[in-house]
Design a binder for this molecule. Structure first.
Ligand code: FO1
Length: 314
């Protein structure tokens, strides 16, 4: 069974499922939309962390421990920068640096981020399409007890420690979602739309906040399947559960279902998170959502596609 699949993703967690989908689908059937709300300019370089995590993961180049950055990385640039008293809180590895330099150079020459990303994808032999959610800048900022913070300041420099009171997706209201994926959503008969197990507030919401995206998903004829990023109320990585609590949301599968209600047909959760009674008018499906190994990623991708095919009556 084949057919095109559109996946919405943030960084590490989402990229794991994207890799599983890429491995079980025929070449060219997968399009992954990457959050760009985490993007920023650092040391004069244009950094797109979630785009790069997807690129490195799908190219088999991601560092297996960190999840972000290039595998077999060396840190000569960082060491030299530290000696010069430069900013070292955001670590740019020597191999990774090539990505940021090339992207910055191409953006400065007038290429849109989607074209730069597609160029990189082809150079690294990735069959799946990777589409930044928009070519226009959207910047996630957090209102915290320490004031309004840029995303990477909150996430990396301050290790998600400040208590968060609100989140803004600056620029989202006027940014145009990239053509490549909105057209797919509107025109193509899709097999499934997948919301990857990424942070719903920091990674998926910036995509949903773009004009027309929620309506397009609600109107989409294909099954929309989400995978919970939480198990037993805990995120496997990152601040998802804490952030949901800080913003008054239920930090559990129920909270995820509530967030995506009206947009998704089914939510895949850990067996221990299955509710006693139907909730949020969606189908709840118990699935192996922990993705430690490559095999786990393929199995979860298979479970997502099986759910979509069943809902579509295929
Ligand atoms: N995450 C960190 O925790 N520390 C870093 O120094 C760091 C550097 C970095 C460099 C390039 C890149 O593409 C990602 C990097 N990340 C780093 C990951 C990253 O910023 C976050 O995990 C994402 O933005 C959240 O999805």
């Amino acid at each position: 069974m084949n057919g095109r699949v559109l996946a919405l993703s943030g960084g590490v967690g989402g990229a794991k499922l994207a890799l599983g989908l890429a491995r079980v689908l025929d070449a060219g059937q997968l399009t992954v939309v990457a959050n760009t709300g985490d993007d920023f300019v650092h040391l004069g370089l244009s950094i797109s962390p979630d785009v790069d995590t997807l690129v490195y993961t799908l190219a088999g180049l991601a560092d297996p421990e960190r999840g972000w950055g290039h595998r077999e990385e060396t840190w000569g640039f960082m060491e030299a920068l530290a000696r010069l008293g430069g900013e070292t809180w955001f670590r740019l590895g020597d191999r990774d640096l090539a990505m940021h330099v090339e992207r910055t150079h191409r953006l400065a020459a007038g290429e849109p981020l989607s074209a730069v990303t597609d160029h990189v994808r082809r150079c690294l032999g990735i069959a799946a399409a990777i589409v930044p959610m928009s070519d226009d800048p959207v910047r996630t900022r957090l209102d915290t007890e320490c004031g309004r913070l840029d995303f990477q300041d909150y996430f990396v420099r301050r290790r998600c420690e400040p208590v968060v009171r609100g989140i803004v997706y600056q620029g989202a209201e006027t940014a145009r979602p990239a053509q490549a994926w909105m057209q797919l959503l509107a025109d193509e008969p899709l097999r499934a739309v997948v919301i990857c197990p990424s942070n719903p507030l920091l990674s998926i919401e910036p995509i949903l906040a773009l004009p027309g995206v929620r309506a397009a998903l609600a109107a989409c004829a294909a099954p929309v399947i989400a995978v919970s990023p939480l198990i037993g109320g805990q995120a496997l990585k990152g601040p998802t559960a804490r952030l949901m609590r800080e913003l008054g949301e239920e930090a559990g599968a129920g909270g995820i279902a509530h967030r995506y209600a009206g947009m998704i047909d089914a939510l895949l959760v850990d067996a221990g998170d299955m509710p006693a009674a139907r909730q949020a008018d969606i189908e709840w499906i118990a699935a192996p959502i922990l993705m430690d190994t490559l095999r786990d990623r393929e199995l979860l991708a298979g479970a997502v596609l099986a759910a979509a095919d069943r809902i579509a009556g295929r």
